[in-house]
Design a binder for this molecule. Structure first.
Ligand SMILES: C[S@@+](CC[C@H](N)C(=O)[O-])C[C@H]1O[C@@H](n2cnc3c(N)ncnc32)[C@H](O)[C@@H]1O
Length: 210
């Protein structure tokens, strides 16, 4: 585990160049925030051996599950932050992440707790800083109010454009997007998931109307 673990406190703000975390050259670095038990991250790392993956998850049981997958499949393209994603975002270099995933984040349903949701102006700005222009940020939720919240925040953020063109684009999980435990839980409970993909726009790109 020490070889795989990235400790944000080891890096000053903006100094972590994530490509340097991997022993062999990678064509890009993809970040998953709150990977849970790690099934999406492990499947992606298997499918894309030439990409470096950073997974961020403070829940130690989930980290242990991912480590089993990493070990059993000999994945050498995975690195793990066992901490709050905010700390990682602070230390990452600008324009250093090529794709990001935020799948079924905690919905914090009570109105007085809404501010704890990962999606909010500060984290959106932090993600905009670390994502390269053209990078895709995929997110999913089975919580109707959080879906509205995500869309409200992301479609009004100047740095991101929503990639959906037709209902199937957000209702149907793309084939190259592995399912997760929380997606299954939502479906079993009668809460259909939504799959939202956004693009990091270039500074002078004109944003489509939401
Ligand atoms: C509802 S679970 C979803 C897990 C997984 N993505 C899935 O779809 O099965 C949300 C996960 O986000 C993690 N999490 C919550 N806040 C976080 C943060 N600030 N940084 C990183 N992970 C976080 C939690 O520990 C939890 O495992």
């Amino acid at each position: 585990m020490p070889r795989l673990q990235v400790i944000p406190a080891d890096y000053a703000n903006g100094t972590l160049e994530p490509r340097g975390l991997f022993e062999t050259a990678v064509r890009g670095v993809w970040l998953e925030i709150g990977f849970g038990a790690g099934e999406h991250l492990a499947a992606m790392a298997k499918a894309h051996p030439d990409v470096g993956f950073i997974g961020c998850e403070p829940f130690i049981n989930g980290v242990a599950r991912l480590l089993v997958e990493v070990e059993q499949n000999g994945l050498d393209n995975v690195r793990i932050v066992v901490d709050d994603a905010g700390l990682l975002l602070d230390c990452l270099a600008t324009d250093s992440i090529d794709r990001a995933f935020l799948l079924f984040p905690d919905p914090w349903p009570k109105r007085r707790h809404n501010k704890r949701r990962f999606i909010g102006p500060n984290n959106i700005a932090a993600m905009a800083r670390v994502l390269v222009t053209g990078a895709h940020w995929r997110m999913a939720t089975d919580h109707r109010d959080y879906c509205r919240w995500m869309l409200d925040h992301m479609t009004t953020a100047p740095d991101f454009g929503w990639l959906a063109r037709r209902p199937g684009d957000w209702r149907i999980r793309p084939e190259d997007w592995p399912p997760t435990r929380y997606e299954s839980k939502g479906i079993e409970a009668g809460r259909p998931p939504v799959f939202l993909s956004f693009e990091r726009l270039s500074p002078n790109q004109v944003k489509d109307a939401p």
